[in-house]
Design a protein around this ligand. Structure first.
Ligand code: SAM
Length: 365
């Protein structure tokens, strides 16, 4: 009989995951709950090797522009939820956004990520004009939108305006769990519909979940992994849940770096071609979280390009790092962190690679 708690059993599971890109639910559970550091190292080494076969030593930079913290949603976990009267709200003008891109382009960024709350001020027309302006000025860049749920027609307009990628975390693939994390007016089915629409339109799509969100069980994470296997996103953004003082989850435990790192490695082995960020939230719960993320299989970092005067207002959770630095300082710090891991910051847009199609870039899928 197999000793499912044993060291060698875990090592065999890592080998199996590398070979088959799949495990049974019980095997996934055994991998996720293991706290054996030697096993984590072994799993990370496998994940690094899978990543290097596709992307070599390159780590891609995404310039994050947090352009509004107004939000019509009231997600239970989020510091910029509409119900948080203590949040100091701001939005950037078109000129502000373009000057972030000007500065970012000069610093070498070739992807801009426009992220914000679901702010009704930014109508489809406004988003279309911002995307159009960035693409006209910097045609060699990729524009990623991360502005939440809209209808398919809106997404189509953004794509037609030149947006290349869209990040919309699914948050959890379990409908009941989703409903505990969100108010009744938000719908799991609609979120899933949005992800399907984005893919069908042709975006490179990023989904992802918070790790250790309130009520999350191992079985929820396994559902997340099954969802990723089926949906096959181009990007997966995962980070630990971190409580925010003005939410009902203020006193909850944060997610752990260990679980986040194990999941990064598992996701890399499931989807070797995926673009996987080492997130700010990971860097917030562990000072070396982003370096550890890269060592666990991540290959994207997202330095902040937002103007310093608004940085401290885009607070999704407590103690967020990098809220005071200028963009130039952020990129210098990030490049040093990446170099310290033995990887290197790439100068390209860093599109998703279809390895099985001869390693060709597919910029707009
Ligand atoms: N409004 C857009 C959306 O819903 O996709 C983008 C902005 S939203 C604030 C970006 C992500 O922040 C969410 O998908 C969620 O996973 C993450 N987030 C929010 N609150 C968080 C918290 N307390 N801890 C960790 N991550 C959090």
């Amino acid at each position: 009989m197999t000793d499912t708690g044993s060291h060698s059993y875990h090592m065999e599971l890592a080998d199996k995951l590398e070979r088959d890109r799949d495990l049974s639910d019980d095997e996934f559970a055994a991998v996720l709950i293991s706290d054996d550091p030697q096993f984590s190292d072994y799993l990370s080494a496998k994940a690094r090797s899978a990543r290097e076969k596709v992307y070599g030593k390159d780590v891609y930079l995404r310039g994050l522009i947090e352009f509004t913290n107004y939000c019509r949603n009231n997600c239970n976990y989020c510091g910029i939820r509409s119900g948080n009267k203590n949040a100091e709200r701001y939005r950037l003008s078109m000129e502000d956004i373009i000057s972030c891109c000007d500065m970012g382009y000069g610093l070498g960024f070739r992807t801009f990520v426009l992220q914000g709350g679901e702010d009704p001020y930014y109508t489809d027309e406004r988003i279309v004009s911002i995307v159009g302006k960035i693409k006209e000025r910097y045609p060699d860049t990729a524009v990623t939108l991360s502005i939440g749920e809209r209808e398919r027609e809106s997404y189509q307009k953004f794509y037609d305006a030149g947006a290349d990628r869209y990040l919309l975390r699914h948050e959890t693939a379990d409908k009941d769990h989703y409903e505990t994390l969100h108010p009744a007016n938000m719908s799991f089915d609609h979120r899933m519909r949005c992800l399907q629409d984005l893919h069908e339109i042709g975006f490179q799509v990023g989904c992802g979940m918070m790790v250790g969100s309130p009520g999350q069980k191992t079985e929820h994470l396994i559902k997340d992994l099954r969802f990723l296997q089926e949906f096959r996103p181009e990007m997966v953004g995962i980070g630990p849940f971190i409580p925010h003082r003005d939410t009902i989850y203020a006193d909850r435990q944060p997610g752990t770096a260990g679980m986040t790192l194990r999941l990064l490695s598992v996701i890399r082995l499931l989807l070797p071609e995926v673009l996987l960020p080492a997130t700010t939230a990971l860097g917030t719960i562990d000072v070396r979280g982003r370096e550890k993320g890269i060592m666990a299989g991540a290959n994207v970092v997202m330095p902040n390009l937002s103007p310093v005067n608004v940085r401290g207002k885009y607070l999704l959770y407590d103690n967020k790092i990098c809220t005071g630095d200028e963009a130039a300082e952020c990129i210098r710090c990030m490049s040093m962190r990446v170099a310290g891991t033995g990887y290197r910051v790439a100068e390209s847009r860093g599109d998703h690679i279809r390895y099985d199609r001869g390693g060709k870039d597919h910029p707009r899928r």
